[in-house]
Ligand binder design. Structure first.
Ligand SMILES: Cc1cc2nc3c(=O)[nH]c(=O)nc-3n(C[C@H](O)[C@H](O)[C@H](O)COP(=O)(O)O)c2cc1C
Length: 172
């Protein structure tokens, strides 16, 4: 386990992975972290998760999101609008879950990448088709999180993004 402050500071987008498999246990921890995120209505969170290890499926998704091709595992985050109470803010709900998952990956010594899908409808439809969703009006593929042990040169490490000029007190 890594100190929380260190997790936040060192998380980076890890786009290449080593061969080492990611355990089911770790994937479950990452899914639990996702579901622990704040949502716009408690008990009406829209998120669904599709865990993919099948190499053919990963390669197919890779045709749309290239970094998925060589990842040991990918999780497609899907917003199930029927579950949502506030139906217009699903992108915020899903974003909170995605970030929690990336942070948990760092906590476990893994690396992750947010592969953007929504809001581009064509991309959403193509990803949906691959995972068995043929109508994206109520089931919206949001992003694909790839997970793996970072390849050499892709370690999670601190890069200072702080910019004091973005902070405003009382008024902009
Ligand atoms: C909404 C969103 C979509 C993203 N989509 C992609 C993507 O499709 N491919 C990719 O390589 N990185 C993607 N990223 C990762 C960003 O490029 C990355 O977070 C940014 O460059 C900052 O680098 P860092 O994560 O290492 O701090 C995405 C991030 C977000 C938040």
């Amino acid at each position: 386990m890594v100190e929380f402050d260190e997790i936040i500071k060192t998380r980076r987008s890890i786009r290449e992975y080593g061969d080492r498999e990611v355990s089911e246990e770790d994937i479950m921890k990452i899914l639990k972290a996702g579901m622990q995120a704040p949502g716009s209505r408690l008990g009406a969170e829209p998120w669904e998760f599709v865990v993919i290890r099948n190499r053919e499926a990963l390669a197919k998704i890779g045709e749309i999101k290239p970094r998925v091709t060589n990842a040991p595992v990918a999780i497609v985050l899907v917003a199930n609008i029927e579950r949502a109470f506030y139906k217009t803010v699903w992108q915020q709900d899903m974003g909170a879950a995605a970030e929690n998952m990336l942070l948990e990956a760092v906590n476990l010594g893994l690396g992750g990448l947010w592969n953007g899908v929504a809001p581009e409808e064509e991309r959403m439809a193509k990803i949906g088709e691959i995972i068995g969703i043929d109508d994206i009006s109520d089931m919206k593929p949001y992003c694909v999180i790839t997970i793996g042990y970072p390849a050499e040169g892709w370690e999670n490490k601190f890069m200072d993004k702080f910019d004091e000029s973005r902070i405003h007190y009382e008024k902009y």
